[in-house]
Design a protein around this ligand. Sequence first.
Ligand code: ATP
Length: 360
Amino acid sequence: MKSTSGYRIAVLPGDGIGTEVAAAGVAVLNALAPRIGRQFELQHHPAGAQHYLDAGVALPTATLDACRAADAILFGAMGLPHVRSADGTEIIPQLDIRFALDLYAGVRPIRTFAGLPSPLGDPRAAQIDLVLVRESTEGLFYARGRGVVEGDAVLDTMKITRAGTARVCDFALNLAQQRKARGKRGHVTSVDKANVFASMAFWRAIFAERAKAFPELSTEDAYVDAMALNLVMKPWAYDVLVTENMFGDILSDLIAALAGGMGMAPSADIGDRYALFQPAHGTAPDIAGQGIANPTAMLLSVAMMLDWLGHRDSDLALTDGARALERAVERTFADGAARPREFGGSSGTADITRAVIERL
Ligand code: ATP
């Protein structure tokens, strides 16, 4: 997979602040490359709502092919509120990529940073360090494009399969095991609504089956409504969470708030063969074009990409690079070198990017 000239990264900046934070990610990768002795061949490809307006297609086949040919995909954000399909839904090529490349595990890590205030008053908020794993290929999102309109009633179907649930539960359990080896708790919470839905009771049974293979981990089941409460009341009590697609969609925004907002929340969409890395936020049309988007989510996503590639190829230079980038972000905030606007500061995209690069 690795090309001879280094790692080939397909860059899909997309729309709105996606293009601004993608530029920040590229700048940091270019700054990091000589420091870790690796080359990144960064190839930009068009896709998104603006491309749909310009060229009539949101995700060109050539872009999807380039994603398949690359070592990893670095994705900005896509979608614009005024650009919609005939049925009223937004143009969301990231969902098409997830399905096309079978990126079934949506990985959403959240942590707090010294030097930045938490929206929670409890001092234990400083200990927040959890990862939400969202199933990304079925669940309620299976209904996308398949809604059945019957007069005044509309039916959207939730699909839960044994294979789809088993693989994402295994992913979360393996992740917890890797985290445990790095000193984390080794605890997995499966989030469902098994008291109401047959599909969710099925999910719960499969999680229990898969967890048997990980006796060194502690596991529990929780209802999604209780988790909405607990993730605000005591988020420091959680390590790895795994859940259905729609629940994961909602809870990942909730946990992003714990870290100070969408600009602080990285993510990865990982399958058995391909992986895509992107900030958890959208295109933020309200702040696009002003140079004020917080690039931290993107920079932490770049660190996740380096970590994934490093593990895939057993390339320590990349896993070390991931740690170096995380530490540079930590020091940027701990030193007070930059403060994003969501935290009452005035640092723009370029200020934060520059401060991180200085600390690499
Ligand atoms: P989507 O539906 O694609 O998730 P959205 O419009 O619902 O998109 P976002 O685009 O993520 O959500 O924006 C939600 C809020 O968070 C907005 O107020 C936006 O300005 C803010 N926001 C998102 N990303 C950032 C960022 N990187 N820096 C600062 N603020 C951000």
